[in-house]
Design a protein around this ligand. Structure first.
Ligand code: V47
Length: 369
């Protein structure tokens, strides 16, 4: 039995949760090592309620876009990226992206565009600014949640500008918030193994801190289920919690389960995460991230039935309607790529929660009692 196991049990953590005390690294590891998944879920749901959570479960009506899949970084976990000369490589012009968004908007009245893509080497900062300005001009009421911190870092390399200045230009063009991608896992040991060409994690923090200082909210993620240890997961969560203490700029946390299909890890025998690990990640995230109000159960990743169960493990958000998703589907996701609002409402209602349609900033738009 490890030292951590000897000095910790779920009971000790429960006492801290009930007393409103902050959990630490050892608590986090003890939670990760706990196999009583139902007790974990119950504790996470208790923590959510003690911190003011209600029965409301949020979703947003959104559209996913990818401006390009061409990427100079060869992350080993990624099945989406292509080199310029590879079959299936694409890079859409700002005009094509705006036209696509306008066509989609005739079918669904989305309030958010979620756009991420590869780090194409042969574009410049104006490419990104033109996309944002074009979308904002065409759809002024739609919130633009675009570009991971890795892409923002790429734009600093393309332009020679600082992260702050790149964000300022994008914000002036109409960017509303940043998605949480690019975080992967902050532990350098793991980063070297799964994404050796990726920038240092300090850049992720620098980008998000800069965005928060400009009044631009952001999201945060963790990619789990590959070669990381429980301790590295907990360390990642605690680093996010520290930045949130400092800035308060994170809207939500989204744990992303590694999908191995069409990656080098598939050839090495890696498989999809077990449902219990997905539920554990949701529960432990809720327990450790006491200052991030929203934890998303990402149905694209886990499927809507599992996402609705995750609502009893600390999650309070099921992300969105999506319409079109490429990154997880390139890596083997078998889920749909779109959920209709009535389906989201049905799944959320069936687990006894109240579906609430929100905008990106968590303002309530419509309640389904
Ligand atoms: O950084 C890539 C992940 C991220 C795989 O902010 C993979 O609401 C699993 O930013 N298996 C990009 N994950 C997508 C992203 C995102 C996604 C969902 C919600 C939000 C949000 C942001 O996708 C990457 C990486 O962590 N990813 N490949 C894969 N094979």
């Amino acid at each position: 039995m490890s030292v951590v196991e000897r000095i910790h049990s779920l009971d000790l953590v429960r006492e801290k949760v009930i007393a409103g005390e902050r959990l630490d690294l050892d608590d986090g590891i003890a939670l990760m090592e706990c196999d009583d998944i139902l007790a974990l879920g119950d504790l996470a749901d208790t923590a959510r309620r003690l911190r003011g959570g209600s029965d409301d479960v949020y979703f947003v009506q959104n559209l996913y876009l990818n401006q390009t899949n061409i990427c100079r970084v060869k992350c080993k976990f990624c099945a989406f990226a292509r080199t310029e000369r590879q079959d299936g490589a694409y890079l859409y012009s700002p005009a094509e992206i705006v036209e696509d968004a306008l066509t989609q908007h005739e079918h669904t009245q989305f309030t958010e565009i979620h756009m991420v893509g590869g780090e194409a080497p042969d574009v410049d900062l104006s490419y990104y600014v033109d996309i944002v300005r074009g979308l904002k001009t065409a759809l002024p009421d739609v919130h633009l949640k675009c570009f991971t911190a890795s892409e923002i870092h790429h734009m600093t390399k393309l332009s020679g500008l600082s992260h702050e200045d790149v964000l300022r230009e994008l914000q002036a063009a109409g960017l509303g918030s940043l998605p949480g991608g690019g975080a992967e896992i902050f532990a350098e040991r793991v980063r070297r193994l799964i994404a050796p060409g990726k920038e240092h994690p300090d850049n992720w923090f620098h980008t998000h801190r800069a965005a928060h200082n400009l009044g631009m909210p952001t999201h945060c993620t963790l990619l789990y289920g590959h070669v990381e240890t429980y301790e590295e997961r907990v360390d990642h969560l605690l680093r996010l919690r520290s930045l949130q203490d400092e800035t308060g700029g994170f809207l939500a946390f989204i744990p992303l389960a590694f999908h191995p299909e069409n990656t080098v890890f598939e050839r090495r025998g890696w498989t999809f995460s077990a449902g219990t690990d997905d539920l554990k990640m949701i529960a432990v995230s809720r327990l450790l991230l006491d200052n991030i109000p929203n934890i998303k159960a990402y149905w694209i990743m886990m499927g809507m039935p599992m996402a609705s169960i995750a609502l009893h493990f600390g999650a309070n958000d099921v992300q969105g309607t999506v319409v079109r998703e490429e990154i997880f589907h390139a890596a083997g996701a078998r889920t749909e790529t779109e959920q209709q609002i009535d389906e989201l409402v049905r799944y959320v209602g069936e687990v006894g929660r109240t579906p609430v349609q929100r905008d990106t900033l968590y303002n309530e738009l419509r309640r389904f009692e």
